[in-house]
Every structure is written in C-alpha cells, then in structure tokens.
Design a binder for this molecule. Structure first.
Ligand code: COA
Length: 380
C-alpha cells in the first residue's frame, strides 16, 4: 500500500512557502539571525572566524577558541593534499579557461577521496571535516587561479581567512579597510537557512551520504545564475548598461523580453534583503573619492528604476558584486568566494541533518500521459 497522496491544492511550485524542516542555525523571521544573533552587529563587528565557529559549534568563540579555530583553518589551507594540487595542475594545463566554480566542485570531490577522519566519534569527525573544508576550499580557489595563470601555487598567508584569501586572490596585501569589507561579505554570505544549495546539501546528507558529497552537490546548486551565480552576472549586467543614460532603456528591454535583472528579487525577502542594505552603504564608503563612484551612481539609478517599475529591491549579490569589483577581484571568482563563505553554513546544516535525520523525499504531482499499453518495437 502506498502512502496517501495529499490533495492537488497542496502542490507548491518551487516549494515556495513550504516549511521543509527545522533548524537551529539560522532564522529569517523579521530579522536575519545566525543562532539567535542579529546579522547587523555580526556584519559590523564579527570576523568570518567568529561566524563560522558560531554556525558550526553553536556559540561565539572566546578569544582563545577563535585563535585556535583560525589556526586550524589556516593549517588546513596550507596542507592541501599534493595529489589534489597535482590533479588541478593537470586540469589547468588541459583547460586553463575552465570556471573556478568547476575547479572547486572537482577539488572538493577529490578531497572526499583522500581525506582521512582521524578524530574519534562521528560528530567530532564531521566537525573536523567542516573546519578543514573551510581552509581547503579557499586554498583550492587560490591554487586554481595560480595554476590556470601558469604560476606556481603561492604560500597561504598566516592570517585570518578574509585577509589571507583576499591577498591570495589579488596577489597583494590588502589595506585594513579592504580586508574588513571583504570579511563582511563573507559574514553575510556564510549562512541563509533553507536556500537551494543548503537544501541540496541536506538532501544528500539525509540519504546517509557523506560530508564531501553533500558539499560537492551544494557547489553545483550554487553555481546557477538564479542562486550564487547571480553575483557574477550583476557585474555583467552593469557592464552591459554602461552609463546612467542607458539604464532605463536597457531595463525596459529586459522587462519586455521577460528576462530577470540579476541581483534583484528574493524568494523570501519581498520587502528587501537586509544584507543588501548593510553592504550597500559600506560599498559607497569604500569607493568614496575614487573612479568607482561612477558605478555606484549607475547602481543607484538601476535600483530606483527596479523599485519604481517592478517593486523589486536588491538582494545581497547586488552590492557584493560591486564590492568585489572595487577590490580588484576578477568576476570569475565572485561565486567561488560565496562558496568559501557558505561552506560554513552548508557544513553546519549537514551536521544538523545527520544529527536528527529522516530521508528527504517529497512527492510529485503526475502530469504525464494517461495510462497506455506497452507496444513491441515492431508495432511502434
Ligand atoms: N528581475 C525582473 N523581474 C523579476 C526579478 C528580477 N530580478 N525577480 C523576480 N521578478 C519577477 C518575476 O518574473 C515574477 O514576475 P511575474 O509575476 O510577472 O511572473 C515576479 O517578479 C515575482 O517573482 P517570484 O516568482 O516571487 O520570484 P521567485 O521567488 O520565484 O524567484 C529569484 C526568486 C531570486 C530566483 C528571482 O527574484 C530572480 O531570478 N532574481 C534574479 C537572480 C538573483 O539575483 N538571484 C540571487 C538570489 S539571492
């Protein structure tokens, strides 16, 4: 006997509005909070390590805990398995133009094959894997940029993740302000409840599969332009518009052809994304007095028009893309940086799912042909 099928009215396209599980990691009710802490103060004052520790371990770290945690992440980044680096080297020689997102997906998959769990107990092993992945994912991204440019893989700086990653990606020591705003983007990207990639990771974990398989699947989900890939396309859209006088005609053409404008709209935030508000102001301050102000003026015009014409407000990808551009980062690393940050959220969710698991297996509503008879090949 199969389980009773709910009425057709229960069908929710794209699972919109469906509560698909419980989590203690993040809440979006009224205010975005990580384990009860509002995002505003975290964005202003927390390091990425504070937030990643909070997501994984449930509490903000003490100074000693944060130092040790940062040390473990940096050690993992420096200790990328040589077999993985060698495989990336071969892939970079074969296809140097391949997207860094694909290198990350492949790199994490390879790590799943060579990583040994030395920590006792299933939860400790999962936490150890999560912490190592935070450093390793960042290191794979930096190594891929070196290898695809034909450079030797550079050393991982002995500093907290935000500064170290920014230095590796730009090949120069960032200023204090640059490091701070880059760290803020990591804090804002670190976690967001049951978004598509996190739900993907939880679905994979719910089958009894492993941490690395869950993260590989999540990277694949994040790559899509309606999810993480939007931040790269934000900059493409801004470049395509070019100047303020072209903004309205460009947007009208976009609306007429029913194409979405990247960096606007959100499944959950219909009155605006709090993260976009926080980062938008910081981006303006970052570029004050530089040629980057012209792009901010263009962005303001696009924002105003989107609100007036469509009632849509920006999401986090809208200012994040402009911050990364102002920091001199190439567009191809925008979504991979999101991966580095969201690895904290994904791994916390995988651990939570495994800790209280029931396989995720929804139903579908059949809309194909009515029942029909099998025909042998000679009669078709
Ligand atoms: N540009 C233009 N129109 C948009 C839009 C955008 N960025 N986002 C939504 N809309 C339109 C939809 O086409 C829809 O119009 P319709 O009613 O005429 O069909 C209407 O606004 C409502 O959208 P909705 O169905 O509620 O969106 P969703 O919840 O299914 O999808 C996103 C949410 C994020 C996928 C969608 O807003 C989008 O594609 N945004 C651009 C990509 C992006 O920035 N992604 C990053 C998300 S953090």
């Amino acid at each position: 006997m199969s389980a009773p099928v709910p009425p057709a009215s229960d069908f929710a396209r794209g699972l919109a509005g469906v509560v698909a599980g419980r989590t203690a990691i993040c809440s979006l009710d009224g205010d975005l909070r990580y384990r009860g802490y509002a995002i505003g103060p975290l964005a202003e004052a927390a390091d990425f390590e504070d937030v990643a520790f909070l997501l994984l371990h449930g509490e903000l770290p003490t100074a000693a805990e944060r130092g040790a945690f940062a040390g473990r992440i940096a050690a993992a980044a420096r200790d990328l398995d040589p077999a993985v680096v060698e495989a990336l080297r071969l892939l970079a020689a074969r296809a140097p133009g391949a997207a860094p997102m694909d290198a990350l997906r492949t790199g994490v998959s390879m790590l799943g094959q060579v990583e040994l769990d030395l920590l006792p107990g299933p939860r400790a092993a999962l936490l150890g894997q999560a912490e190592r992945l935070l450093g390793q994912v960042a290191a794979i991204l930096a190594a891929w940029l070196d290898l695809s440019a034909g450079r030797p893989v550079g050393a991982w700086p002995d500093r907290p993740l935000a500064g170290a990653l920014l230095e590796r990606l730009t090949c120069r020591r960032p200023t204090v302000e640059e490091e701070a705003i880059f760290g803020t983007t990591l804090v804002l990207y670190a976690e967001h409840e049951f978004n598509a990639s996190t739900f993907t990771a939880r679905t994979v974990a719910s089958t009894g599969s492993d941490m690395h398989s869950s993260v590989v699947a999540a990277i694949g989900a994040l790559k899509g332009p309606l999810h993480g890939g939007a931040n790269e396309q934000v900059l493409e859209n801004l470049a395509a518009i070019g100047s303020i006088d072209r903004a309205i005609p460009w947007l009208e053409e976009r609306f007429a052809t029913r194409q979405v404008v990247m960096g606007f709209g959100h499944r959950v935030y219909k009155d605006g994304d709090v993260r976009a508000r926080l980062l938008g102001g910081m981006c303006r301050r970052l570029v004050a007095g530089t040629p980057g102000e012209a792009l901010e003026d263009l962005a303001d015009t696009v924002e105003r028009t989107m609100l007036e014409r469509k009632g849509l407000r920006p999401n986090l990808d809208w200012p994040a893309a402009r911050v990364y551009h102002a920091l001199g980062l190439p567009m191809s690393v925008f979504t991979p940086i999101f991966v580095v940050a969201r690895t904290a959220g994904w791994t916390a969710h995988v651990i939570e799912q495994i800790g209280d698991n029931r396989i995720i297996r929804p139903l579908s509503q059949y809309c194909g042909p009515a029942p029909r008879e099998w025909k042998p090949v000679a009669e078709r």
